[in-house]
Design a protein. Structure first.
Length: 579
């Protein structure tokens, strides 16, 4: 284009009569068709590899400090080598996620731009699929924010209820009562949303510093439990203290769980029918470990190296300290059958469970075993709350980058993409996604009353495309975007197929059967065994279908609107977005 302008000026010098035409040519390109023009994003590359890793760590299920073992009661089974069904599912999922991680590293190293899956899928598969994948992911993440805010109230209330039972001090009972009231839970969650908003108004460097501190605090809580449980907890002392403080014999609690009138507890050998849904929940816990890829336009230095450190580093840091060390240790020290029985009662018959039906997280177990160390267990509870809180701003930060990428492509109005000069972040988007998280949290209360399992289930269904489409991106990229593929990693061939294609095939061989067995097959069976609308409403399928429908309408209306304005947005999807 510069050469055309130079030639035009040169002709003007020798042909004065054409001067007016040539000046017009310089100001407006000769074509009447409006092209897709964009300026630089305004985002700044200032996130280091370690901060990106801590960002991902906080994005995984925030309850890892004290809560993860109790969700084994959702999938009760006899242990394998001391591992519960959920523990086994988590470790298997972490291994299976290695190829998924390599796909993200391969894609972000070739397309190091903010937006993650949206940018990858819209440039490789189709713009519509890229939009729909991240549109549903937004709602999945909002439901997880609601899940974490609920957990904060449950964890805090449970600790104070146990303190009250042990020390019989009215202050602890008052605090327990405060956090057990739905109205107060809603107020506390709303206040935490305000704190999340304040974090969003800081610049990226300060935001990731806070997130790193939150992650380190959470890890310290896990390590403290590992040390204290290993060195100081005695199983018989714990069981004796449990009976003393709750007035319930451990054997009576186990018998009660195994003899419930409806859905009694059973610990039978692990089957694939049980392991499939457990892996689905494991993916719910693990989603977020790859979210630094959505910030690729803000990562410092070698993006591929940062991808390895942040994505694989966070995945295996989380898996090692939680599922390989802490959770098996908790079951070993406090009793596998006893803990399953207590957690099962807390979820399925809370009125019959000890300590007012509290969820028996690991800080409560430590408090009962070693009550004189209550300041330590208070610290563990607080840092658990901090890590659960941190998931909210991290998710909202990541979601704001997705919406930012939509706006840069004109799928939604460019108003959303305005970057604050003070913080170098898209503050408008941050606020809007924050409000979405608040709405999902408030849906946990009457009259809608979504519970923890409902929020988790919605999230797992809505994130299906996020787990599945990267495999197809890896398989098709060498053929649909050959110039991008040849510029990156995993290009060597095996049996005439690029390594990246094999990685994509391995991932799909894992994730497709999991979703088919854990969700698709039960949904199909349910439709034939129950009235269609009743089943769709009770399982959340109707909500998911509505979200997909609304997202599709928005996309095609936007496409039609831009076409009427003469803006060819298809050009955006043929190029890598700007820095």
């Amino acid at each position: 284009m510069k050469n055309k302008y130079l030639i035009s000026i040169f002709l003007s010098y020798f042909s004065p009569k054409n001067l007016s035409f040539n000046i017009f040519f310089i100001i407006v390109p000769p074509s009447e068709k409006k092209v897709f023009l964009r300026e630089a994003t305004g985002l700044v590359r200032e996130i280091s590899p370690i901060r990106a890793m801590f960002f991902n760590f906080c994005a995984m299920s925030g309850g890892i400090v004290v809560l993860n073992y109790i969700y084994s009661a959702f999938y009760p089974a006899s242990p394998i080598f001391g591992l519960s069904s959920l523990d086994l599912a988590q470790i298997l999922s972490a291994i299976a996620l290695i190829p998924y991680s390599l796909i993200f590293i391969a894609l972000l190293s070739r397309i190091p731009r903010t937006g993650g899956d949206y940018v990858f899928t819209s440039r490789i598969l189709s713009p519509y699929l890229g939009w729909l994948e991240t549109w549903t992911l937004l709602f999945a993440n909002m439901s997880i924010i609601g899940f974490e805010l609920l957990q904060i109230s449950y964890v805090t209330q449970g600790f104070f209820a146990t303190m009250s039972a042990i020390f019989n001090v009215n202050t602890w009972n008052t605090l327990s009562s405060f956090f057990s009231t739905p109205l107060n839970q809603a107020l506390v969650g709303s206040l935490l949303i305000v704190f999340m908003a304040l974090l969003g108004f800081t610049n990226t460097r300060r935001f990731t510093l806070f997130v790193s501190i939150f992650a380190i605090l959470g890890i310290s809580g896990i390590l403290l439990q590992i040390i204290v449980f290993s060195l100081f907890v005695n199983t018989s002392t714990f069981l004796s203290n449990f009976e003393r403080y709750t007035l319930v014999a451990p054997s009576a609690l186990v018998n009660q769980a195994f003899n419930l009138s409806t859905a009694p507890l059973r610990l039978e050998p692990i089957t694939f029918a049980l392991l499939g849904p457990a892996i689905g929940f494991a993916l719910f816990n693990l989603i977020g470990y790859q979210y630094s890829a959505y910030l690729a336009g803000e990562l410092k230095g070698n993006v591929k190296r940062t991808g390895y450190i942040s994505i694989l580093g966070s995945l295996w840091l989380y898996t090692t300290v939680t599922w390989i060390v802490l959770v098996p240790l908790v079951f070993l020290k406090f009793g596998y059958t006893f803990l399953h029985a207590w957690a099962y009662l807390a979820f399925n018959a809370p009125s019959s469970a000890p300590l007012q039906g509290v969820i028996p997280h690991s800080a409560i177990l430590g408090l009962i075993a070693l009550p004189k160390m209550w300041p330590l267990w208070l610290y563990v509870t607080v840092v658990a709350d901090v890590l659960m809180f941190s998931l909210g701003p991290v998710y909202i930060f990541m979601m704001s980058r997705i919406v930012f990428a939509w706006a840069m492509d004109r799928v939604i109005p460019s108003w959303f993409a305005k970057v604050s000069e003070r913080t170098a972040t898209p503050v408008r988007i941050y606020v809007l996604t924050l409000l979405g998280g608040l709405i999902f949290f408030l849906m946990s209360f009457p009259p809608i009353s979504l519970n923890l399992s409902s929020l988790a289930y919605y999230s797992i269904l809505l994130s299906a495309l996020t787990w599945i489409l990267p495999g197809f991106n890896a398989i098709l990229m060498p053929y649909k975007r050959k110039e991008l593929f040849e510029a990156g990693v995993f290009t060597k061939r095996l049996a005439n197929l690029p390594a990246l294609v094999w990685i994509g095939l391995v991932w799909l061989a894992f994730i497709l059967p999991i979703y088919a067995s854990a969700f698709i097959q039960p949904l199909i069976s349910g439709f034939f065994s129950s009235p269609t609308w009743q089943y769709a409403s009770s399982t959340g399928v109707s909500v998911v279908a509505l979200i997909v429908f609304i997202g599709s309408v928005i996309y095609f209306v936007s496409k039609y609107y831009n076409k009427r304005r003469g803006v060819d947005i298809t050009l955006a999807f043929k190029e890598i977005p700007p820095e």
